[in-house]
Design a protein around this ligand. Structure first.
Ligand code: ADP
Length: 465
């Protein structure tokens, strides 16, 4: 059964409150009752001791029993609700207080009294009589004292009313705590459920395609704030992906349209007889078809790359030598364009890497730098060890990357407008693959770039040796 948060919390609160009140009242009733029981037993004992003392004092003298003034005993008996009878050694009654004043029903009618009777085992209603020896001055037993009382006389009305007040206050505090608990639970659950409802609403809007929506929750609950941040992050990521997807579609359309239009117009010119089919013109055709083929191949590569987990074929290599060799292959290309390619390579740096993937990483980065250079272009490659890491830097003074493009540069098919204008002919997947290869080695790749000043790509590999 599904239950709202408010209901669930309120029920939880009510159960806890009721449970604690019942527990507290049972424990305190029991302890207070026990204390009273002991107190009452002591009190009764003192009463009886007192009466025995009074009687002993009166009867221990040498007076004839007929001369003894029993008024004091009578007063005491009536005051303390005791039945007192004094007998001589021959069982003749010398004195009897009578039983007419004993208050049996006073307490028996009292509910609290009967509760006490059950709970604490005090003899509340039964009449009890005990016999005590009456001794003379010279320690001789001269008779018997009989003291009787109703159990009810054990419990003074003050003690009963104390326990009743205590229980009453438990009931009142239970009610107050319940009301308080319900209010608190409603307030608390509202505080939790309101932001949750907002987050759900945001997620629903996202599901319906609104990726610009963000959850703006006002909560001081850590988990809720984290959930809200995650939802916002998710919608930001989805929105970026959506933007990239749209951009890719329009890019692809644009990239495909250019060669196709060229081919179409040229073929039309042939058909109309405006153009002679020369070798040169066929070469242009060939180049355009080549571009189209490259693009399609790139797309196929990316599809493959996304399907397969990257399997690394690692071996221990001399990274300094390998990097030197890659740089050397670019030398002629640079010389041809009057660019400058330099390298500062710390010798004998060894690493446990997949050498083919490493070469692909370096080729992507070096050809990117090359493609984005302007006249007087310079590229510098650095290899060094730093803080237990292997660092490789590719520094160029090319066209740079605008700040707004930097966050997306490693996304598939992303190309900066500058690069597009320069007609570098790329397809925007080189860096996506490069990053995936670097990360597969446990490394990191990042860049710094300033438009018209240049770009620096940094690779950081953990130093495995
Ligand atoms: P592409 O095939 O277009 O080169 P990449 O993924 O390798 O794809 O690069 C993505 C984009 O990053 C490029 O289109 C370009 O806009 C930008 N870029 C990469 N390297 C550089 C660089 N060294 N200087 C300027 N822009 C660069």
């Amino acid at each position: 059964m599904k239950m709202s948060l408010v209901k669930k919390l309120s029920m939880g609160f009510i159960l806890v409150i009721l449970g604690s009140i019942i527990l507290a009242s049972t424990i305190s009733n029991y302890t207070v009752g026990n204390k009273f029981k002991n107190y009452l037993v002591d009190e009764q004992k003192t009463k009886i001791d007192n009466v025995l003392k009074i009687i002993d004092d009166l009867y221990s003298g040498q007076k004839e029993s007929s001369e003894i003034n029993t008024d004091e005993i009578q007063r005491y008996a009536e005051l303390q609700d005791l039945y007192i009878e004094i007998k001589d050694i021959h069982d003749n009654t010398l004195y009897s207080s009578g039983k007419s004043y004993l208050q049996k029903n006073g307490m028996m009618g009292n509910m609290m009294g009967s509760m006490m009777n059950n709970s604490y085992g005090i003899n509340m209603g039964e009449y009890t009589e005990n016999k005590y020896p009456l001794v003379s001055n010279n320690k001789e037993e001269v008779g018997t004292i009989i003291i009787g009382y109703f159990g009810t006389s054990y419990l003074s009305s003050a003690s009963v009313s104390f326990i009743s007040t205590l229980n009453h206050s438990f009931i009142v505090s239970a009610l107050v705590a319940l009301i308080f608990g319900i209010i608190i639970s409603i307030v608390m659950s509202k505080q939790i459920s309101k932001p949750l409802a907002q987050i759900t609403e945001t997620a629903n809007k996202m599901r319906n395609g609104d990726l610009n929506v963000r959850a703006k929750v006002n909560s001081n609950t850590k988990e809720i704030v984290e959930l809200s941040n995650s939802i916002n992050y998710l919608s930001q990521t989805l929105s970026n992906q959506e933007m990239l997807r749209k951009r890719l579609t329009s890019d692809m359309a644009h990239e495909l349209r250019t060669p196709l239009t060229t081919l179409k117009t040229h073929v039309e010119a042939f058909i109309d007889g405006i153009w002679e089919p020369t070798n040169e013109r066929f070469e242009t055709f060939y180049n355009e078809i080549d571009r189209l083929t490259k693009m399609v191949n790139n797309l196929r590569d990316l599809a493959k790359f996304e399907q397969i987990n990257i399997n690394l074929n690692k071996s221990k290599v001399n990274l300094s030598n390998e990097l030197g060799k890659v740089v050397d292959t670019y030398e002629p290309l640079y010389i041809k364009k009057n660019y400058e390619l330099t390298s500062i390579i710390t010798p004998e740096i060894k690493a446990n890497i997949d050498i083919d993937k490493f070469k692909q990483i370096m080729n992507n980065l070096l050809s990117n730098s090359y493609k984005h250079l302007r006249s007087n272009g310079k590229v510098k490659v650095v290899l060094k060890k730093e803080n237990n890491s292997i660092i490789i830097k590719i520094i160029d003074n090319g066209i740079g990357i605008p700040d707004k493009d930097i966050p997306y540069i490693f996304e598939r098919f992303y190309r900066s407008d500058l690069s597009r204008n320069k007609n570098t002919g790329g397809s925007g997947i080189g860096l996506t693959i490069t990053k995936a290869f670097v990360e597969a080695h446990g490394g990191k790749i990042y860049l710094e770039s300033t438009v018209n000043k240049g770009t620096t790509f940094t690779l950081e590999f953990p130093n495995i040796f």
